[in-house]
Write a protein that binds this ligand. Structure first.
Ligand code: PLP
Length: 388
């Protein structure tokens, strides 16, 4: 079965053959977000500056922020904002940052801290362990020099969702600065920075808001941002200077990704039209449920239990049948109009299917049918998961 093409543009670029992106971003976007790209915008133009203002205030509103928070946009992918936030807010002298990791993105944050020479401790859990306060409170009580905590909301390595409110509360009860990488969850799962006393949150343009790649952003308590003056290891990634520039005249210090920002403004309006984060979360959850149920019916098992897996990306265990080869599976699905994602687990053979983006239950049902057909074509019969 071939997927119905979802791109309106026909013509020399061949977009009509592009697959649905079943990935955690870049992801499938709406026609209207793509259409927003079809104009040239001057980076210092008054109307463009209005776009930037609208984006900054809408992001703060979505995160439940009050007027003690600021939004700073940073050019580049999500990791640019992560490195910027760590460079600006992670302490550099006596105090240190604790990274609590349960997957590759947590490990990477620790790697960045190491590279930029910031004191840190890494508490590393397996990529199938959902984080709980008990994983780090002892360490916090023991080492009084830990002043900051960094962790990941949805660890995209497996799709596991860590209980943000509980983790933030445990940190705040001990007076710590709480920083979260909500890259893959923000906009698709409810987050309230004021209620949960989250000091810093990082995400990017091509995730659950359903924009295109090009920039990332940091939502942060203003007092932290003010205190970060002169702290950043990098000129380009300096959030304080970036903020000062945006506040002074609404302009970026260096060339902004104009098209990406304009498309993102359109994506934000479409999020609102859909019913906000609550409605989007329901759609994503329905996508995930449809996929998991459909694949369970043919014997493909998800890695995580229901209460751990979020609606963002689903990890499935590869069948142990010798005829299963991920590359062949991928190519055959790609030909049918679906681009899936390889696994990233350290210990088990797996593949991932993103359930975010401009996708619905109907697309998910068609993915399930396509997977069934491809496995039969590959003569894969034994669906039991490959061992550890
Ligand atoms: C949780 C998380 N953190 C960080 C990143 C890195 O973002 P980027 O690849 O845009 O730099 C990703 C990317 O998917 C992610 O899911």
């Amino acid at each position: 079965m071939t997927a119905t093409p979802h791109h309106a543009f026909k013509g020399p670029l061949g977009q009509e053959d592009m697959p649905y992106l079943l990935t955690p971003g870049p992801l499938t976007t709406s026609q209207t977000v793509k259409l927003a790209l079809l104009a040239d915008w001057g980076s210092r133009d008054t109307e463009f500056r209005q776009v930037v203002r609208e984006i900054r205030s809408e992001l703060l509103r979505l995160a439940g922020c009050d007027d003690t928070y600021e939004c700073v946009i940073m050019q580049g992918s999500g990791t640019f904002a992560i490195e910027a936030a760590l460079g600006c807010f992670a302490p550099s002298k006596r105090f240190k940052t604790m990274v609590v990791a349960n997957g590759a993105y947590g490990e990477r944050a620790a790697q960045i801290l190491g590279r930029i020479g910031r004191n840190h401790v890494l508490v590393s859990k397996s990529d199938v362990t959902q984080l709980s306060p008990s994983h780090f409170t002892d360490k916090l009580d023991e080492d009084r020099n830990i002043s900051h905590i960094w962790l990941i909301h949805c660890e995209t390595t497996s799709g596991i969702v860590n209980p943000l409110g509980d983790l933030a509360r445990a940190a705040k009860q001990r007076g710590k600065i709480f920083m979260v990488d909500a890259m893959s969850s923000f906009g698709g799962m409810h987050i309230d920075m004021v209620r949960d006393e989250i000091d810093v949150l990082v995400s990017s343009s091509n995730k659950c808001i359903e924009g295109i790649p090009g920039f990332s952003y940091v939502l942060v308590k203003r007092e932290l941002l003010e205190a970060s003056q002169g702290q950043c290891h990098s000129v380009v990634l300096d959030l304080y200077e970036q903020w000062k520039g945006l506040e002074a005249n609404g302009q970026f210090r260096f060339t902004p990704p104009t098209h990406s920002l304009v498309a993102f403004r359109q994506a934000l309006r479409e999020l609102e039209f859909e019913g906000g984060v609550a409605a989007r979360a329901v759609r994503y959850q329905r996508n995930a449920d449809t996929l998991i149920k459909g694949l369970a019916a043919i014997g493909i098992r998800p890695l995580l239990d229901d209460n751990e897996a979020g609606p963002i990306i689903q990890t499935f265990l590869c069948p142990r049948d010798n005829n299963f080869k991920f590359e062949i599976f991928y190519d055959a699905l790609r030909k049918r109009g679906f681009a899936i994602y390889p696994g990233k687990l350290t210990k088990r053979d797996s593949f991932r299917i993103g359930t975010i983006g401009k996708l619905d239950q109907d697309v998910m049902q068609r993915v399930v049918v396509a997977i069934k057909e491809v496995l039969s074509e590959m003569n894969v019969k034994d669906m039991a998961p490959a061992g550890i």
